[in-house]
Design a protein around this ligand. Structure first.
Ligand SMILES: [Fe+2]
Length: 239
């Protein structure tokens, strides 16, 4: 468990290392957006509206499944890379991941309990889920700060950027199209237009054109017309 006062990282370190390849920054921005949006949706849920209740609980389950997959990706690729060259170097965030998987299972149980509850029980179960999900998101925000500072410092000390890009490419190659579309749906609103342009330039270099077009379609559904026009211009595509 991390506390705000114990968080690593400072402005100088961030500036001094800004030029290095950052494995975490895009996906973590997307996950922060997905988490914030979902906590707010649970808080705003009308428990007497069956359609809205089902949609919000579906979103909670999708978030939890996405976070479980994210933990697995980090364990399999990033922690493995750190441990290969610095044994024990990923122990802190690996320990967090064990706790996160337990929390995810508990939150899935709470989501199921609310989905199947009698009407009289719903309000209490919904408030419990809202508070527990918010606390879990809080812990995740602190955890991601540790990853983006301490783990990045380890990765940058242990690997060259071309090695980190190759590691990231190997990780990305394991993500099925449906999961990629979900992540891009949140990246679309979490990243700046210049960051989206970098993302799509990279995708164009590595993925089939039809797959890239499908993902651009996902972005187009999520962003405003001016933002879409600026992205189209940045990647040299007709809006
Ligand atoms: Fe993590």
């Amino acid at each position: 468990m991390h506390t705000i006062s114990a968080l690593p990282g400072n402005t100088y370190a961030a500036t001094a290392t800004a030029a290095r390849f950052d494995l975490y920054v895009f996906i973590h921005k997307a996950l922060r957006e997905f988490m914030h949006h979902t906590v707010a949706a649970v808080g705003a849920m009308d428990l007497d509206d069956a359609g809205e209740r089902a949609d919000v609980l579906d979103q909670v389950e999708l978030l939890l499944a996405t976070l479980r997959g994210h933990v697995q990706h980090e364990n399999d690729f990033i922690h493995t890379a750190i441990e290969a060259r610095r044994p024990g170097g990923a122990a802190d965030t690996a320990g967090d991941h064990v706790e996160h998987l337990e929390a995810i299972a508990n939150l899935e149980d709470e989501t199921h309990a609310l989905r199947t509850a009698a009407p009289a029980q719903r309000a209490l179960l919904a408030l419990r889920l809202y508070r527990h999900l918010a606390a879990f998101v809080g812990e995740n925000l602190l955890h991601m700060q540790v990853e983006e500072t301490r783990n990045n410092a380890a990765l940058w000390a242990l690997y060259r950027d071309d090695e980190l890009v190759a590691l990231h490419d190997r990780l990305m190659a394991t993500i099925p199209p449906q999961e990629m579309a979900l992540v891009v749906r949140w990246l679309a609103v979490a990243l700046s237009v210049p960051e989206l342009a970098i993302l799509f330039a990279d995708l164009r270099a590595k993925a089939p054109p039809q797959a890239v077009e499908a993902l651009l379609g996902v972005v187009r559904q999520q962003v405003s017309a001016p933002r879409w026009a600026r992205l189209a211009q940045a990647i040299g595509r007709e809006a």
